[in-house]
Design a protein. Structure first.
Length: 75
């Protein structure tokens, strides 16, 4: 379970990084040097954590809704 969540987080981190900074695919060293100069190392993790929390909340709500629907349809 924990490994799956870490995999989801890392996949989300990579996806968001590429979507927000498409130049990562073409000029990775320049992007890292800009990040080093500006000293903003942790902002990708913070943004990813916020999106991960929102997705986790959505997943929880969907699971609970499915459980309620199944309980209603079984009676």
């Amino acid at each position: 379970m924990m490994i799956r969540e870490v995999g989801i987080f890392i996949s989300l981190l990579i996806f968001l990084a590429v979507v927000i900074h498409p130049d990562l695919l073409s000029n990775l060293s320049e992007r890292f040097s800009l990040m080093y100069e500006r000293e903003n190392y942790f902002h990708p993790f913070i943004y990813t954590f916020i999106v991960y929390l929102l997705l986790s909340l959505l997943r929880y709500m969907v699971i609970k809704a499915i459980q309620v629907i199944r309980k209603i349809t079984n009676h």
